[in-house]
Design a protein. Sequence first.
Length: 768
Amino acid sequence: MSNDPFELYDEPEFEPAPAAPSAPPPWLNGLNPEQAAAVTTTEGPLLVLSGAGTGKTRVLTTRLAYILHQGLARPWEVLAVTFTNRAAKEMRERLGAMIGPVSEQVWLGTFHALGLKMLRRHCDLVGLRSGFSILDTDDQNRVLKGLMELAHIDTKKSPPNLVMAVIQKWKDRGWTPDAVPPHEVGDIADGKALVLYAAYQKRLIEVNACDFGDLLLHVLAIFQAEPGILEEYQRRFRYILVDEYQDTNVSQYLWLRLLARQHRNICCVGDDDQSIYSWRGAEVGNILRFEHDFPGANIVRLERNYRSTPAILGAASGLIRHNATRLGKDLRAAGALADEAGDKVTIHGVWDGEAEARWVLDTAESLQRKGERLSNMAILVRAGFQTREFEERLITTGTPYRMIGGLRFYERAEIRDAIAYLRLLSQPDDDLAFERIINLPKRGLGDASLQVLHLASRAQGMSLLNAARSVLDTDELKPRARNSLRTFVEDIDRWATLRTTMAPSELLATVLDESGYLAMWKADKAPEAPGRVENLQELVSALEDYTDVQEFLEHIALVMENESRAGVEDAITLMTLHAAKGLEFDHVFLPGWEEQVFPHRRALEGGTGALEEERRLAYVGLTRARRRAFITYAGSRRVFNQWQSNPKSRFVDEIPAEFKEEDGEMGLTAGSRGFSESYSTWSGGWAGSGAKDTGWERRKQQEKASMNWQVAKREPSKSGFVTGDRVFHQKFGYGAVTAVEADKLQITFDKAGQKKVMAGFVKRADEV
DNA sequence: TATTTTGGTCTTTTT
DNA sequence: GACCAAAATA
């Protein structure tokens, strides 16, 4: 095995690798001609336009393995970039399966993880000291808010998170504060956004921290300032692979372009139809411009879809054809499912969000009874808030599920507090961490004390922790506060010493115990307190896998792995459409296809570009399905505490008729138009209305029956309201009935406005 | 100072 | 209905 092509050398000193005379490796078998071309066209720039389900990941990993196997480069001379940790992990695993442990030497990871890897080596060049913290969104907003208050900018009028969004956007475009074009500075924050940006960057350096955008921005600055360093990387990376290229933003693009300049062996895989991150600064333009930026680029199109039935593909293709700006690409069914036509996409209307959840889960259950596994099903929603109704229903029906996204373990308050303790121990300059925990648990060090510390820190140009030390020798604080602060500082110092000798998990356990933080939650009688204690214990055990606190901190900052309910068993998946990209399921439920919800209101305000992105999102949703897709829309829906009635999504109509099946059932469409009118509007718009017997009547009866049953349970046999009755509702208060439909009432409430309410939920005003 | 109460805003989508 | 910030209260 001395001729092992993967033999490692520590130094990147290399002579051109010998061409491998060996037989073609086994994993090349089974690739179709386009895929094979994408794998073996190793030299020069290559753009792979890869539609949904065309084997993109397989091509990427095989290409990587091929390059290494052919001896074209050694593992650490290959850079493979993904967007999500999940994609990186998957690629790492599949690569490992093909070529073994040597795959670990490849520079493979998300843009941010790789940026961090580079930044860590040269951080002093941008003013950061080793061990710098990486801030999350919450920390970012906190810093900015502080700066805005200092500059006397009204944080009510210009919410920090909006200002932050502007700054973020500039960062995505690769602009440092001095590079932001003047005309880009809007009037947000009294036109001081740019000043704030500069102050923000300065502040981050002071507290030895950076944010996500900086992971790339700083590296770009280093490349610019130190051409030698850039050259080193340029020489090193003989091959570069980029996943989800359509989602790159400008700074990522610049980073790639700089790195690829020398060898020009850059392979980007992407699908313009799946570009759904423009709000995060992604530029579809990057993919459209590829040939221009890399002259002589080869282009390979992957259009054979191995995932879905022709019906699903027909629906998805028909939908996406409504977008004007596309590179143009048509998916053909080619997999095992290509020969069966497949079931049409089911379109189903319901009364409201609750009925929607009920219908979806009933359908899932009946599929399950036919032998389908829950793990082959997914509910994909447009926005996070939609998950609530489904979660409630999942819990009441006892259906096992896992939720991706949603509340993340590491974003919970108690976890962030605990982490702040660790951060302060390993990073004494971390004022954010200091501020977070100074009075947690209560130490009698509130705003007043903190104010003193801030003054001292600013006056002497030192961190809050050091300012605290200096203040101890003065009488700026009242004796009680001073003693309390002394204890705190001494504790911190003691724990910081322990850090060098103790295992991380043990250290955290000690800190949580001795600080009284854990005791604080144990004593708390709030219903969620026991859960928090549990979470903290979980965090302690999570730390057992680490030998170094710093490493752990970086891991959670970047990976932020979601805790999916540790159910190994069969469970249905619930997540947003964005989170679903790259996944596939036999059966996919797509709820909430109503105007204003999907397409989202903000997108509708944002012009055609935004609308097209919504359509791509719909396309992504449909193409997740291997066999069946179920689209639902609700007659009305509660958004914030407000009832909304929206017509069904235009995207439903854009799906070609031959690939969809609208089953017509629909509760009532309430709204300003009133019941009867919208009712007729709806049946009038019923395509192919010869089929009044399609079970609609029957199902309508069922729906009514189930509702009656609910009413009966809450409020025995009471209906008989008429238009004009004064009523009282537990939540909405007093109002007048404006329409009646069986046991459903439309009521105009004095305060809450017009709502649709079941009769069982209201009482006559005079009976209250 | 700490705790409770109220009132106002909010929700796209994520590394 | 949830979360945060300011106001009211102990």
